[in-house]
Ligand binder design. Structure first.
Ligand code: HEM
Ligand code: PLO
Length: 485
């Protein structure tokens, strides 16, 4: 029989030498996720462009996204090399920004197992989160009747959870080390990929600039702190249960990486550098994503007080005010789950995921794609696709319930990505989001300060898509007044 007909190539933007398609990208006015959504209307949901020298395919619909992430997930599990993330990760000794390799696979599996160790199975994680939630509630409730920005308190609470999880440190309000951690993390967030993770102007970074030296300073502070934690852990490592992620990694290092020659080709195994970079990354990912998602959801609740009322009604009916909410309540609180999903749909923290690359010659939608091609999955377009979502710009948690009030997860909802590069922190993130939101809304209500405009929902794209600062007034709910001073 005849070979299948050759399919035409992916529609591509015009290009110039060196600049690639940059002159057609509107001068950097729009952040990448919005720019790509706009271009998809002209070129179709699958199109290509040249980001400087890099041929890049952009995907704006869920069929192609599932093909790249799931069906051909292995082919597209590579990561491009970027100046800032190479600095951040000592040349890819982490999970998120490291290119695909057998060692990376081993490393990712080790991290995944270590997470599970502290995950759903044990109640330890729940205890860690709940104790942090308690202090957050006290702090928010003592804010009084004046409007205030909830962001610092939320960030502190989430940072505390991650510090306990990664290296067993818990901090009191105002602790100097905690302040240092928050400061260096902020510095990295501000300098690491300022227009999102898509490195549109890679050559700019080659010239010495303020931003790059600030990044280096923050990395130095981070490394000093983490090396110290690592040494402490090594010195006190015992044969018993791992105390935290750092312990689990150190144990896994001897178990599966170094010392064992059977895997052959990998000469190095999982080094101390890998352990350090993983701890740093779990830390950064754990803080930025969870706190940002919480702040987005709070912002939407201020716009939709009826949604907040309904969550609180659900909580009153199934939990009450006599005890704290726990993970086993999750099945009884479907509407809260929908609110969390709707928050992650309407404002995905990572609107174009992390760039992928083709590791072999492959294809997308029947078009052949050569090795090394960069692939950007625009989750923003997918989560706002009017063909699949009714009024996509409306915050409507009910879209995650079917006619019988059962939870549904549509195939075009992928806030954590999918396939070999799916988020490793998904179950941790879900646990945190659930416990934080349920506990907050059980104990207090959030309102706009008198006369204040509702939060701006446009967002600002740094390394993640963040809401602009806004203020809230917090009032205790029945049964929790004593916590307010
Ligand atoms: C990767 C979303 C929380 C660790 C990712 C990706 C997304 C994502 C979209 C990229 C997938 C891709 O490139 O295809 C989220 C969201 C979160 C969240 C929405 C919370 C609301 C966390 C937490 C951790 C974490 C709490 C760890 C403590 C990671 C890591 C990767 C990743 C290590 C890289 C995986 C890889 O490249 O193989 N996440 N994440 N994330 N996430 Fe998360
Ligand atoms: C956040 C700042 C930290 O200091 C370093 C860090 C590590 C992992 C990154 C995270 C930052 C931002 C959010 C990322 C995460 C890995 C996966 C996650 C990119 C840069 C997302 C949403 O994809």
């Amino acid at each position: 029989s005849c070979p299948p007909p050759a399919r035409d190539s992916i529609p591509c933007l015009p290009r110039l030498p060196v600049l690639g398609s940059l002159p057609w990208l509107g001068g950097g006015g729009l952040p990448p996720h919005l720019l790509f959504s706009q271009l998809a209307q002209r070129y179709g949901s699958l199109f290509a462009l040249h980001l400087g020298p890099h041929y890049t395919v952009v995907i704006n619909d869920h069929q192609h996204a599932r093909e790249v992430l799931l069906q051909r997930g292995r082919d597209f599990a590579g990561r491009p090399s970027m100046v800032t993330t190479n600095l951040l990760t000592r040349g890819g000794k982490d999970i998120a920004f490291a290119d695909y390799s057998p060692l990376w696979k081993l490393h990712r599996r080790l991290v995944h197992n270590s997470f599970t160790l502290f995950g759903e199975g044990t109640s330890r994680l729940q205890d860690i989160v709940l104790s942090s939630v308690d202090s957050l509630c006290v702090e928010l409730l003592s804010g009084g009747k004046r409007g205030f920005d909830p962001s610092p308190a939320v960030t502190r609470a989430v940072t505390n959870v991650v510090c306990t999880l990664v290296f067993s440190s818990t901090y009191r309000h105002g602790d100097a080390e905690l302040q240092e951690v928050i400061r260096y993390n902020d510095g990295i967030v501000q300098t690491i990929a300022r227009g999102g993770l898509v490195d549109i102007y890679p050559w700019m970074k080659v010239f010495p600039n303020k931003s790059l030296s600030k990044l280096k300073d923050c990395i130095t502070v981070r490394d000093r702190l983490l090396t110290c934690k690592l040494e402490e852990h090594k010195a006190s490592l015992s044969d018993g249960e791992p105390r935290d992620l750092l312990d689990a990694l150190l144990k896994g290092q001897t178990g599966s990486g170094r010392g064992q020659r059977s895997s052959g080709s990998e000469d190095e195994g999982i080094t101390d550098d890998h352990v350090l970079m993983t701890a740093a990354e779990a830390f950064g990912a754990g803080v930025e994503t969870t706190s940002t998602t919480l702040l987005w959801i709070l912002a939407y609740l201020l716009h939709h007080p009826e949604v907040q009322d309904r969550v609180q009604k659900e909580l009153d009916e199934h939990v009450g005010s006599e005890r704290a909410v726990c993970m086993s309540d999750r099945g009884r609180l479907p509407y809260l789950d929908c609110v969390i999903n709707e928050g992650m749909r309407i404002r995905p923290v990572s609107p174009v995921l992390i760039p992928h690359t083709a590791m072999t010659h492959s294809s997308i939608g029947g078009h052949s794609v050569s090795r090394g091609t960069r692939v950007l999955v625009n989750m923003w377009s997918i989560h706002h696709d009017p063909r699949h979502w009714d009024k996509p710009d409306l915050f409507n948690p009910d879209r995650f319930l079917d006619d019988r009030g059962q939870r549904v997860t549509p195939p075009f909802f992928l806030p954590f990505g999918a396939g070999p590069r799916v988020c490793v922190g998904e179950s941790l993130a879900r646990l945190e989001l659930f416990l934080f939101l349920s506990s907050l809304l059980q104990r207090m209500s959030f309102r706009l300060p008198d006369g204040a405009p509702p939060p701006n929902l446009q967002g600002r794209l740094g390394v993640v898509l963040q809401p602009l600062p806004y203020t809230v007034v917090v009032t205790p709910r029945a049964g929790w007044e004593s916590e307010a001073k």
